[in-house]
Every structure is written in structure tokens, then in C-alpha cells.
Design a protein around this ligand. Sequence first.
Ligand code: NDP
Length: 563
Amino acid sequence: MVFGSSYFGTLGRCFGFFRGLLPADPIGQSCPTAAGGVTPSGPPGDGEPGGRGRYHRGMSTVSQLQPSTTPGGGSTFDSLDPATGEVVGTFPVDDDVVVRYTVQRARAAAGWWRDLGFAGRARHLNAYVGEISRRIDELASLIHRENGKPHADAVLEITLVIDHLSWAARNARRVLGPRRVFPGLLAMNNSASVEYQPLGVVGVIGPWNYPVFTPIGSIAYALAAGNAVVFKPSEFTPAIGKWLVDAWASAVPEGWEVLQLVTGSGATGAALCRSGVDKLAFTGSARTGRQVMAACAEGLVPVLMECGGKDALIVDDGADLEAAADAALWGGMSNGGQTCIGIERVYATEAVHDRFVSILTDKARGLHPGTGGDADWGPPTMPSQTEVIRRHLDDAIGHGGRAVVGGPGTVSTGGVGPTILVGVPEHSTAVTEETFGPTLTVTQVRDAEEALAKTNAGEYGLGGAVFARSRARGIELARRMRSGMTSVNSVVTFAFIPGLPFGGVGESGFGRIHGPDGLREFTRPHAITAQRFPLPVNMTSFNRPAVATEVLSRAMKLLHGRR
Ligand code: NDP
């Protein structure tokens, strides 16, 4: 892993300049932690669970770490390899002053970035794409170490990122550039156009489960739209976040401040919400999302919410059951089930249920977690998630469900084995709450109508999938699924297509990343009219004659009065 020392050299040079922008000498206390800096890895912390309960991981947590001292005196935290507990890197816990300072520095860079225009920005974004592509194996190895997922899955994740960055760079002008609009009868003497202008500085808060794909979903589109970005990765994957920001600095040295990093725990994220950013793009749980919204509301900062999911896969009469079972397993268990758009529930019609479960269980028995090259998924990135998985499995079985593969006994922090549950009632937490483990509930339903009713009864509405005898039948059912994205006869395919919007409804959040909607999400539409010639009668003047109102009134009656 390369941690750019020149990056910090430049950062150090910039400190003096920005000191004057901040309130009375807070910098003296906190700036020296150099947002995003890594100190040499130290020994792991002790083994007690941390203050946030679910946020202890392996041997230490942000909240429990003994504050240690960086060259500037701020506290730090370690990020750990979930498989071994070894320290991957040590990072500053950036406080509100450092966060605000970083945002101010980004704001100064945002003007340069905006003024480059679409072509200039595309050139730099393509240089970033090249940098990531050349170093794909290095990044994949880091993801494997810090997040725990198999190397091959990490490569797939980076591949999607490269595709999204390229698409955003290529399409920003087409989507956001000035567009002429028909001025209509009342303003026919004007030209009218709309253009989508950058917001300024966008704060991005990301989770740990897809530590590259998820934040880049916001970062790529925010940058292509002309914004600077300050990124706060999860406390579980800061080294990956730093890699992404350092790679930007290598690819675009003259514009390194356009994409910057702050690190720490939830408090650092909360500080980013209050730092003066022009928009906050959040990806994480709905619970934290509410806190982010509350903090952003203080400053009327607009938010994008990409929250959790409890996606369903519907298996309809006549579906290809081999393909459906294969997709259900990948959708539910790849990345150990730690996927916001992962399949957690399956509804199979009575005509296909038994055969489907038989194929599914045969295939599931061949899957296993681990850390070796043959493992299908890694250990849980956040070991405390095993408590949630166990609780859901216990609840399912306690309410009459049956584990036909796996069960609570397969849950351990070293790796969670595959579990298939049948006969689980709809009120069980295994059906209603996000489990985030390699588990599937399979429920027999009368027909696709009942499957849709049960799918749509959940509070979440992120993604989903339908397997049906034909594409047309699948699309008909997909349209009626209460979700932001649905794949027919495959799973999660919508995430592979950069031109499609990504986002959910209900507890899954609102707003969209990816595609034209994702680009517009990070802009403000600006309407511009320009008078081409004056009209003989000006209706927006105190000088207009009384008869003009009479003519206007008659014209409206003539044009619209007979509807
Ligand atoms: P969390 O909601 O716990 O955390 C998300 C991010 O918010 C982290 O960076 C976290 O920091 C930060 N954070 C925590 N508290 C605050 C706060 N008070 N103010 C501001 N930021 C804060 O989610 P997880 O990291 O556990 O990620 C898993 C969740 O993310 C799942 O629900 C999953 O479904 C969802 N997700 C949604 C996706 C989507 O596109 N819809 C994609 C991927 C995941 P820290 O980690 O340092 O505490």
C-alpha cells in the first residue's frame, strides 16, 4: 500500500493559508492531526467491546481505543484485519475543527474544479480511472485485508467503480449541460434554457460493506457534476478510503484538494453534517440516517439517503429454478450477506416451492466462509453483526421456522455459514429486519400476487428480483414491486449498469446515485431566460394598458376554457 507522503507535504503547506479562515485559534489544538493521515501501525488494542456496542471489532474500537498521540497531539484509532485482528492502519480521529477546515479547503478548490468545465473535469476523472485500473490488484488486496471479502469479489467491486467513474465522466456534459426549453406563449420573445450547476462541496459518508463501490457511487457523480468532495469512510474501512483519496492525489496532483478525507467515528460524520457542506450524501443504516438528517436540518443542508434493505426475490410459476436458486444464493450470500441490495427473503409460488428449495439447499451446502482462496465469503467485517444474525435466526426458529441448511450453530465471528430457513412467519425479525448475514428465508405463497403483497408489506424498499417464465411476465411483476430497483431473471444487475438510477423508498431512503439522476442529484438546476426582442405590450410593467389584461383573459378562455 502506498501512502502518499507528498500529499501530506502539500497539506502542510496549505495549513498556514487556511488558518485565517477558522475561528479564533482552534487550529493550534487540532489541525496537526492532518485529516486522513496514517501513522505507522501500532499494536492492537485490548479485547473488550466498545462503547457503541455493535461497533467493536476484533480487538479494539474507535470509542474504546486509548487516545494515542499523533505528531499533532490528536487521538487516533486502528483499523483491523477482521480475519487476523492485525492492525491495517492507524488514523486520526478528526474533530469538528479539522472537519470544518477540510471543508473550507475543499471549497477553495471547488471553484477551480467547477471552472475546468466538463471536458477538463472528464480528463482528470479519466486519469483517476487509469490510476485505479493500473493498481486494481493493490486495491483489491487492501479490501481483502481491511474488509475481509475474497480477492475476486474485491476485483468485481472495483470493476463496477471503474465503469461508474468512466460513465459519469463521459456523460456529465450531455446530462447537465445547458438545454434549451420552449418558452411558451407568454414569453415567446425570450430564449429559455436550464443548466445544472454544481452545489460546491459535497460531504460523503460511507459504510464498510462495499467500501469502494458505495462511496464512489456518490463521489464519482458529485465530482463529474463539478463539486469538490470531503469523504468520511466507515471507521471499519478507513485505509480503503484513504487509498481512494491518495489515488486521486496521484492522478490529479494539481487538484488534490478536490477530493479529501476525514477519518474517525460517528462524531466525525456528525461534524461533517455541520461543517458547512452544500449537500450530504449518506450511505448506511436508516437509524444513523435519521441522525444525519437531524444534524443536517440545523443548517438546512440537503441530504441524499442510501439506507438499508430487506430485498425479496420472487420465484413465479414457470421460472428457471436452477437459475433462480443460483441467483438467490449469490444475492443472499455473496460478501457474507453484507450487501444493502442483497436478497434476504424469497417468496416461491406453491407450484415451484418444493423443487426450488430442494435445488437451493443442494447448492447452499457447497458454500462456505473462510479466508483462503477457495472461500465463498470472508469473516464478518463487523464481528458484532453476528449477534444480530444469531438473534434473527433464534427468532425465526422460536416462531416455528426450520433451518434446512445451517442455523444459529453456524454463526461465529470467524465466519458465518450459509443458512436457509423455511416456514418463518412474516412477523419474525428474520423477515422484517435487515439481517446482513448469509441467510435466506424461503416462504411458500399461493401465487405471485401474494408474493408481491408480502414483498411490499416490508418497511424497506431498496432492490429486488423476479424470476418468471418470460421477460414480459417478469417486468409486469417488477413494475409492481415497491422498490427503487428490480432485476428480472437475475440479481443486482441494476447496480452493474451505470446509466440506471440507484436508490430506494421507505426505510431504504431517498434520492438517487448513478445515471443521469445521480448526476443531477449533486447539482442545482438553474433556469435562465434571455429576452430576444421587446413585445409591444409588456405584461410585467406598471405601464401595461388595461386592455392587455382583457385580451389575456379572453385568450385563456379561448385556449383552455373548453376543457
Ligand atoms: P451505519 O449507519 O452504522 O454507518 C454509516 C456511516 O455513518 C459510517 O461511516 C458511520 O461512521 C457514520 N456515522 C455513524 N454515526 C453517525 C452520526 N451520528 N452522524 C454521521 N455519521 C455517522 O452503517 P454501517 O456502516 O453499519 O453500514 C451498513 C448499513 O449500510 C446497512 O444498513 C446497509 O444496508 C447500508 N448500506 C446501504 C447502501 C445503499 O446504497 N442503500 C449501500 C451499502 C450499505 P462509523 O462507521 O465510523 O461509525
